[in-house]
Design a protein around this ligand. Structure first.
Ligand SMILES: Cc1cc2nc3c(=O)[nH]c(=O)nc-3n(C[C@H](O)[C@H](O)[C@H](O)COP(=O)(O)O)c2cc1C
Length: 169
């Protein structure tokens, strides 16, 4: 039944049906501190100029670092990197303690075996309710060979190959 007041659990259940990428966005603050979070809200936004977006909870411990950053790096995780996704979603731990993050594009922390890395300059911050929409102007790209990790129905998985190739836009 449709109602004007959308039920919160129905909304999250519906959105869980939308397959999403799994990324780790990272940045470095003015004193050299490293910050990162798991984000499935990553999306392409514009081709000319090349823009991407990722949404970050205003209450997240990483929010201040990202909204004041000059640049950030989005690591698109490969199918065998779900452990990294869980670690960078955990609160109150040193997410970088495992030592798997290397210095990548523009000195930002990144994963050598990511399915892709997209390095951005912070272009704009748009208000998105309880989240901030971080818009990045893409400045450097790396693509890897790994199959990307997918998040759907609250589980990690891998894309199921389909016979229909859509091709590049
Ligand atoms: C698969 C997955 C996807 C997530 N996507 C987002 C996201 O797009 N934006 C966001 O703000 N938090 C997202 N989170 C939650 C954050 O990773 C993190 O847990 C949250 O910001 C709380 O972190 P804090 O301890 O730094 O406050 C996601 C978590 C998981 C497990």
């Amino acid at each position: 039944m449709f109602s004007m007041t959308v039920d919160r659990s129905l909304f999250t259940r519906a959105m869980a049906r939308v397959p999403a990428p799994v990324t780790i966005a990272t940045t470095v603050d003015a004193s050299g501190g490293r910050w990162g979070f798991t984000g499935s809200s990553f999306s392409s936004l514009s081709l000319t100029p090349p823009l991407v977006l990722i949404c970050l909870d205003k209450k997240a411990s990483t929010h201040h670092a990202f909204v004041t950053a000059e640049r950030f790096l989005v690591n698109v995780l490969a199918a065998d990197q779900s452990d990294v996704a869980l670690r960078f979603a955990r609160s109150g731990v040193d997410r970088f303690a495992d030592g798997d993050m290397e210095t990548c594009e523009f000195g930002l922390p990144g994963l050598r075996d990511a399915a892709a890395r997209v390095a951005c300059a912070l272009h704009d911050i748009v208000d998105g309710g309880d989240h901030s929409i971080l818009i990045g102007r893409v400045e450097a790209i790396h693509t890897g060979d790994g199959v990307p990790l997918v998040y759907s129905d609250r589980s990690f998985g891998r894309p199921v190959p389909e016979a229909t190739a859509v091709g590049a836009r």
